[in-house]
Design a protein around this ligand. Structure first.
Ligand SMILES: CNc1ncnc2c1ncn2[C@@H]1O[C@H](COP(=O)(O)O)[C@@H](O)[C@H]1O
Length: 333
């Protein structure tokens, strides 16, 4: 099966984590030539073929390196366009990209500028491509409530330009999710969709945390790894959309074992819509086409089952009914 040509939906992709190393290298070269950076070459920082980042080494890649490199308007535009091109070239027909609004005071960039710049790239790309993209704004678990509310306000402000929802992400070892209730309540009240990183690591999978997160009424949840039985039952009953990321979970050792041990095998029997997704293709190096190839290989999916899996994600997109109709027409049966 040609997994690249297979029309696919990507619903769990972090913008800064989806930038390829080659693209980061190009940004670095341009800055180096202009004498604007003292950072190490991305290809040295993240060598080709190295994908074994665990949750301890993964998050600092952003705070310590990628955010320092992509720290002005031209690098934001260059990297966002490159991410969109990569997804399109991989056969993605519908993309929900997510990003944490980031102010860059050294370049006079506010969070409003950051979101506007990202949306401008998306809107230009949407106008000239068959892949359609929407934006989700992320709240980082390490944020406090005022910052989280600011993210929701930005989502409301930019809804007309393609923001469809709110995400809760970040290092699962950090933060107390109960503080975010007013932010998610405000998002719901304003008809924004909600997706949440859920049971990603043992520390973030206490019964208290998981029931708190479910009480925010998410429309989808991501990763969904360390889930106790009573919580699973509730998820299945509510038919929540699941964003499952295979290679990321294997490389980062977030699951025990390997591809064939992934919890996709359990969730696929439950009737919850599943969106196979890449999470951070720039870091973990597995494009969505490869994720489908791996799933087909390790779970013995034939052509029809693979197409059904890809189409199943239509039901859980945050896009419009019209968009769903378009996808039902173009996605393989
Ligand atoms: C293991 N998977 C993951 N779990 C939790 N949060 C993750 C993540 N992968 C990425 N992020 C979140 O997304 C940010 C980078 O993209 P943006 O700057 O927002 O575009 C990271 O800093 C982290 O907060």
């Amino acid at each position: 099966m040609d997994f690249r040509s297979l029309p696919k939906i990507e619903l769990h992709a972090h913008l800064s984590g989806s930038i390829s190393r080659e693209c980061l290298h190009e940004v670095w070269l341009q800055k180096k030539e202009r004498g604007e950076t003292t950072l190490e070459d991305p290809l040295v920082e993240m060598p080709a073929g190295k994908f074994d980042y665990d949750l301890d080494t993964f998050f600092p890649l952003f705070s310590r390196y990628i955010y320092s490199l992509c720290n002005d308007l031209s690098s934001l535009i260059y990297t966002t366009n490159s991410v969109l091109e990569d997804f399109q070239a991989d056969g993605v027909v519908y993309l929900e990209l997510r990003t944490t609004p980031r102010a860059i005071p050294s370049a006079n960039i506010t969070k409003v500028d950051y979101v506007q710049t990202t949306l401008d790239c998306i809107s230009k790309f949407n106008a000239s491509s068959s892949m359609k993209t929407h934006l989700i704004l992320s709240i980082d678990r390490r944020n406090d409530l005022p910052v989280a509310l600011e993210v929701v306000d930005l989502a409301i402000k930019f809804r007309d330009q393609g923001v469809v929802g709110i995400d809760l992400c970040g290092d699962p070892a950090v933060g107390e999710v109960a503080i975010f209730r007013p932010a998610f309540e405000k998002a719901k009240k304003n008809d924004l969709e909600i997706t949440i990183h859920f049971a990603e690591a043992p520390q973030s999978s206490t019964a208290q945390e998981l029931w708190t997160l479910l009480s925010y009424n998410p429309d989808r949840i991501g990763h969904v790894i360390h889930v106790p039985e009573d919580v699973r039952e509730e998820i299945v009953k509510s038919k929540l959309g699941l964003e499952l990321c295979l290679s990321c979970n294997v490389h980062a050792k977030m699951i025990a074992g390997t591809y064939s041990d992934h919890h996709f095998g359990w969730w696929r029997e439950t009737g919850c819509p599943i969106a196979l997704s890449t999470d951070d293709v720039g870091i973990f190096g597995s494009a969505l086409s490869n994720e489908y190839a791996l799933i087909a290989e390790h779970f013995g999916l034939d052509r029809k089952q693979t197409c059904d899996l890809a189409r199943g994600a239509i039901d859980t997109i945050f896009g419009s009914e019209e968009e769903k109709k378009r996808l039902r027409e173009i996605m393989w049966k």
